[in-house]
Design a binder for this molecule. Structure first.
Ligand code: GDP
Length: 440
């Protein structure tokens, strides 16, 4: 995410390296570089200019008061200003009305249907809500199928009326169905178009009038940069939406849309999509995003994602098993699955301060776990529960079954046994203390 922009900002900061203080000259030079970096990132010209002017003012104003290095001072100012540029504080989604009606709008391919599924999943799992999805794209039967598949995947019902070609009627019926069935959230997925056209605008405004939604979320592909901002403006002029959803941030190296959309349409970014999976949705926190853009990492989000995936009760069970040396391949596999659910590996590592930058040219393989999972899948239930019983004969069979080499199976067995030993030692406080003492 945003690797290109990070790189260029990093270079801009180099101007200040080794400088003892901030002066008109070195700040002007740095700001020129930062403005160039922002324009390259496809940030709107006016936004980039106002932004750099503000940062410059603040930097020159604060210089006398602080003793930190110019680079540190500027990083701090930049981080505050970037955060402000993206909205400053988090903007919560309204979910308290019963039912809360949420209308989803945007062009075709922006990621509306995917986001509708993700949002339903998020509100059900994280907020304890009972959502209903409404399939309002009457022009593409495939879109209705797609929403039904997603609904099934996340365990949320989908209101469908394949007989009707009237999106307004369907939206109304959906809201009625929700009231009847006790769903406290209604998410209405609407039809898009390839480009903005009058018919689309009339239709979506009519759906808005008919359903009186509490939230209208405009979904846009962040990779389209300035186009995303222009489309947002056109939709907002007609629809007066309540928030923006930026999708495909996982593939966005430049970040122009994320940085300019708030200042152009004056509506908050509420969510970001960071992958195709149903879990790849984050609430948008401007401060955390600013930290990430400046390569300062985002430990808060990383810890939160981990907490979401790891259940405390499960962790306690696991502890018990480890103490009794009963940690087996079933546990190992479920750990791998939980880590995978946390999201794209490179994205996760980018949240660790300093690591994002170091990894920018490194390919992090999301399939790294594949051979390990194949090996575990080829074991019999008995073997998974009794790792010690896996002898050479069994290993040869497992290698064949999983399409891997015997050496790979041997390596995994060795790693697993080492891991088990360390886990066992660490779970015993006396042993753990002894190990710590012996560390260099
Ligand atoms: P719609 O036409 O607006 O409903 O768009 P879809 O929901 O069908 O999404 C279009 C494509 O974008 C699909 O292939 C999705 O899997 C993909 N997509 C949606 N959101 C994301 C995201 O956050 N990251 C990535 N990498 N792909 C996404």
């Amino acid at each position: 995410m945003f690797t290109n922009l990070q790189d260029k900002l990093d270079r801009a900061f180099k101007v200040l390296k080794g400088q003892g203080s901030i002066t008109e000259i070195n700040v002007a030079e740095t700001m020129k570089e930062i403005r160039k970096a922002l324009l390259d990132a496809d940030v709107n010209y006016k936004t980039a200019k106002t932004f750099t002017d503000d940062v410059k003012q603040k930097a020159l104003g604060q210089n006398v008061l602080t003793s930190i290095s110019p680079g540190q001072l500027l990083t701090k100012i930049m981080s505050d200003e970037l955060s402000d540029l993206m909205g400053g504080t988090v903007s919560e989604l309204e979910t308290q009305k019963n039912p809360t009606i949420i209308l989803i709008a945007g062009l075709n391919g922006a990621g509306k249907t995917t986001f509708s599924g993700k949002l339903a999943n998020f509100l059900k799992d994280k907020k304890g809500k009972k959502p209903l999805l409404v399939a309002g794209d009457v022009y593409r039967p495939a879109a209705i199928d797609q929403l039904q598949i997603l609904g099934e995947q996340v365990g949320v019902p989908v209101y469908v009326n394949r007989e009707s070609t009237d999106p307004i009627a369907i939206a109304r019926e959906g809201v009625e169905a929700a009231k009847r069935d006790g769903n406290n959230i209604v998410i209405i997925d609407t039809a898009g178009r390839l480009a903005i056209d009058e018919a689309l605008m009339l239709e979506i405004t009519a759906v808005k009038e008919a359903t009186q939604p509490h939230e209208i979320l405009f979904v846009v592909d962040s990779m389209t940069g300035q186009d995303a901002v222009n489309t947002a403006k056109a939709f907002n002029d007609r629809l007066d939406f309540t928030g923006v959803v930026l999708t495909k941030l996982d593939g966005d190296t430049r970040g122009g849309a994320a940085l300019s959309i708030k200042s152009v349409v004056n509506k908050p970014i509420k969510f970001i999509g960071t992958g195709e999976k149903m879990e790849a949705l984050d609430v948008f926190y401007p401060e955390r995003m600013a930290s990430r853009i400046l390569g300062m990492g985002d430990v808060v989000s990383l810890v939160e994602r981990a907490q979401q995936q790891f259940d405390e009760k499960e962790a306690a069970e696991l502890q018990k098993k480890i103490r009794k040396n009963k940690f087996d391949f079933n546990d190992f596999r479920s750990q791998i699955q939980q880590i995978k659910k946390m999201g794209n590996m490179k994205d996760l590592m980018g949240m660790i301060p300093g690591v994002g930058k170091a990894l920018k040219d490194v390919e992090v393989d999301d399939n790294a776990f594949k051979p390990i999972e194949a090996i575990i899948d080829s074991m019999t239930p008995f073997e998974r529960e009794n790792p010690d019983a896996i002898d050479q004969r069994r290993r040869t069979r497992i290698a064949k079954g999983s399409g891997t080499q015997l050496e790979e199976v041997n390596r995994l067995m060795k790693q697993f046994s080492d891991m088990r030993k360390v886990m066992k030692q660490m779970s015993n406080p006396a042993m753990a203390a002894k190990m710590m003492r012996n560390m260099p």
